[in-house]
Write a new protein. Structure first.
Length: 292
């Protein structure tokens, strides 16, 4: 399956907010906005799955606490947004430019902190897009701080679970539950790609709804690129602007599709020529895709 994550060209948090509001007309979507969290500098829009971390004061001091914190930061995978809740006074900022740079180099999409950060100029220059609720020139006392990862946390008054989707830009930060119905961009009813996509989602227990339908492949690619939803598309059509969604994004792999070319047993010369030309063309396309 493909989507425009993490490429957010043309998207921002406001557009995502408007889409969520349209999906849930009876819900006050404002409760998904982390109101106390502000951008550091002018970050580019970031949309991606949440990886959570909670930092709290330990009952005592230990070098093991520092080691566990560094292991937790090193364990953040690529392709996620690190979301940190700092509980209480931990002595200072929970992240600065050095850690932010390491996270960016490891493929982390962004950093959201309900708590203080420091070295903000360096975070802007060397780290991924970042947001926080405070700035503090002092550093966290790591020997007296405990860390938990992939637990439910609270960010700016919003409950956030691992795997939720965060949308953040210069306007602020908002979160969306991971279990929401998946908006789909689809071919018309009966199309093979549409059937396989919905079958896979239903087999995985994922609710879905149709956001946009078109008979045009180019139209579907454009709709996905504009952020209208996700779609199952031929790999060759996705291009560099779209990203393949994988298991870590909450999407099960889709079995390969096999297409067959059929012709009646008795064909005239023109029919045989057309059959052979189509078979040769399909073979060339398949070879090119396998080599890509």
């Amino acid at each position: 399956m493909t989507n425009n994550l993490p490429d957010t060209t043309g998207l921002n948090a406001s557009l995502v907010y408007d889409a969520a509001e349209a999906m849930h007309p009876d819900e006050d979507i404002r409760n998904r906005i982390a109101g106390t969290i502000a951008p550091i500098g002018s970050p580019a829009p970031v949309i991606g799955p949440v990886w959570t971390m909670r930092l709290t004061r330990a009952p005592g001091t230990s070098a093991e606490n520092r080691l566990r914190i560094m292991q937790a930061y090193d364990g953040v995978p690529a392709g996620v947004v690190l979301v940190i809740q700092a509980v209480g006074d931990l002595g200072g900022a929970v992240i600065g430019d050095v850690l932010a740079h390491r996270l960016k180099m490891s493929g982390v999409l962004g950093i959201v902190v309900d708590g203080p950060v420091r070295d903000v100029d360096g975070m802007v220059k060397y780290g991924p897009g970042s947001w926080s609720s405070a700035v503090n020139m002092a550093g966290m006392k790591t020997v007296s701080t405990m860390v938990e990862t992939q637990v439910e946390i609270e960010i700016g008054g919003v409950r956030v679970s691992p795997g939720d989707i965060v949308a953040a830009d210069a306007d602020g930060v908002m979160f969306h539950p991971a279990g929401e119905a998946v908006p789909l961009v689809v071919f018309p009813a009966g199309a093979l790609y549409r059937q396989e996509m919905t079958r896979t989602l239903e087999a995985g227990g994922r609710p879905w709804h149709i956001r946009y339908a078109s008979t045009s492949l180019a139209g579907l690619v454009a709709a996905v690129g504009a952020g209208l939803g996700v779609s199952l598309l031929p790999a060759a059509s996705a291009g560099s602007q779209l990203r393949v969604l994988r298991k870590r994004d909450g999407f099960a792999p889709v079995d390969g599709l096999q297409l067959g070319l059929y012709a009646r047993a008795r064909l005239g010369a023109a029919g045989r020529d057309l059959r052979d030309a189509l078979a040769a063309h399909c073979g060339q396309r398949a070879t090119a895709m396998n080599q890509a």
